[in-house]
Design a protein around this ligand. Structure first.
Ligand code: NAD
Length: 412
């Protein structure tokens, strides 16, 4: 809805000559608002019809900008497993922004933290679980989805436990540390006839969705190439980065943790699969870090599109993704921040910044899963999507190890 060309304002930057940026023009929205103010001030409308009494009256429902939220008793109930940084700072506050979800249980290894969070969000004490007594969640009819926000190596076992408890599973990225683990998760959910979705929030991020739409409409001609970086400094004094530094818990380093955003988004935007990868990687000298810190990789896609990406734990925050076409470039910079992403459309004579009404990508992906359950439909990013990325990342590591291009078999 908000991807329609009319529903966002554009800031147009004018180029003096090829490549020279000389001025930033005005937001269209501001111009329109100004025009309205001028006309109402200079041309007052003559009163007509009977005078209205100054009293409160009821009017029909205004046109809805967003669908109404579901009534609380009809919403899908979510249990959050793992009350770490991402769960507490991003996901729990987001649930209030969803239309179809509610928090109905928490699962944690720290009883005091779990109680505090449960109280803050109104979760009854009977729905607070430890890692040991989690399996009794099977008897909790208030929980339909288990959302796994644990270190990567734990995703497999917790998905299987949740599916066996009869719950649908929403699992953080990367889906798991090996393709075999992904297969086991998919099988467990299939056997339990429960749905499985991997939390690829970028596919619900409005700038990325707009980029996908613009590519489909041919706004940059034929896509030829993608490029980008995703890097941040690893902070070993923070618990959230201590497990990320360990191969046995993280499964991989910067590629697994953050390179995956550009990998998955490139596949989404290209609308096709890579058929071959090449790569080089670097490790850290710090003995606390047993994962790779830096990966440079290329992908060749089925139609001949090429991509060049880098992931790193060695430079400050950078989350850029560019899509180059025969008639222009879409630059997303940043592409995959939680908030404040930006899209530039660069053509030969102009650069346009597309401004989109901010929407909450976490709420959007959770509502999508809730809707998939309510309508019994396959979610947009099911287990097979997560497994594909793990398979490609394993091929990238193999290419780096062997120094040779690695072919990626077509999707089965
Ligand atoms: P975190 O360290 O802050 O939280 C991890 C939680 O798991 C903690 O509550 C910790 O106590 C618990 N835990 C249980 N067993 C553990 C063990 N053996 N070792 C360490 N912790 C253990 O990490 P996080 O940043 O919240 O990341 C958790 C997951 O969420 C990861 O899979 C990560 O990739 C994903 N994540 C996704 C996004 C996104 O934007 N989609 C952002 C951040 C993290």
């Amino acid at each position: 809805m908000f991807l329609n060309d009319d529903s966002f304002s554009r800031r147009k930057f004018v180029l003096a000559s090829a490549g020279g940026l000389i001025g930033a023009a005005v937001g269209a929205g501001a111009g329109e608002a100004g025009a309205q103010t001028t006309s109402s001030a200079s041309a007052p409308v003559a009163a007509s019809g009977p005078a209205q009494e100054p009293r409160a009256i009821g009017r029909p429902m205004p046109e809805l900008e967003n669908p109404l939220p579901m009534a609380p008793d009809q919403r899908i109930g979510w249990a959050i497993v793992g009350l770490g940084d991402f769960a507490i700072n991003q996901i729990l506050p987001t649930i209030g922004d969803t239309r179809m979800c509610k928090l109905t249980a928490v699962v944690s290894g720290n009883a005091e933290k779990a109680r505090t969070i449960a109280q803050a969000y109104g979760v009854p004490s009977r729905s607070v679980y430890s890692y040991d007594d989690f399996d009794r969640i099977r008897d909790n009819p208030d929980v339909q989805v288990v959302y796994i926000i644990l270190p990567n190596a734990l995703h497999r076992d917790w998905t299987i436990r949740a599916a066996r408890a009869g719950k649908h599973v929403f699992c953080e990225k990367p889906m798991a540390v090996s393709v075999d683990d992904c297969k086991a998760m998919i099988d467990a959910c299939r056997t339990a006839r429960r749905k499985l979705m991997v939390a690829y929030r970028a596919q619900f991020e409005p700038h990325i969705m707009l980029a996908k739409q613009m590519i489909g409409e041919g706004k940059i001609g034929t896509v030829r190439s993608l490029a980008g970086e995703h890097g941040r400094m690893l902070e070993l004094d923070k618990p959230r980065d201590q497990w990320r530094a360990r191969q046995e818990l993280a499964g991989g380093g910067s590629l697994y943790d953050i390179g995956i955003y550009n990998l998955n988004t490139a596949r989404f935007l290209a609308g096709e699969e890579p058929v071959e990868v090449t790569a080089t990687l670097r490790n850290s000298d710090d003995p606390r870090v047993t994962v790779e810190t830096n990966v440079d990789w290329t992908m060749r896609f089925a139609s001949g599109i090429r991509s060049t990406f880098n992931s790193s734990y060695g430079y400050q925050n950078n989350k850029r993704l560019q899509v180059m076409g025969t008639e222009g470039t879409i630059e997303l910079d940043p592409a995959t921040e939680y908030y404040g992403n930006r899209l530039l459309l660069k053509k030969e004579q102009a650069v346009e910044q597309r401004e989109i009404r901010p929407t909450n990508q976490f709420a959007a992906e959770m509502d999508h899963f809730a809707e998939s359950i309510l309508q019994d439909r396959q979610p947009k990013t099911p287990g097979e999507e997560g497994m594909r990325d793990v398979q490609i990342m394993q091929a990238i590591y193999q290419a780096a190890r062997t120094g040779r291009p690695v072919e990626i078999p077509p999707r089965g």
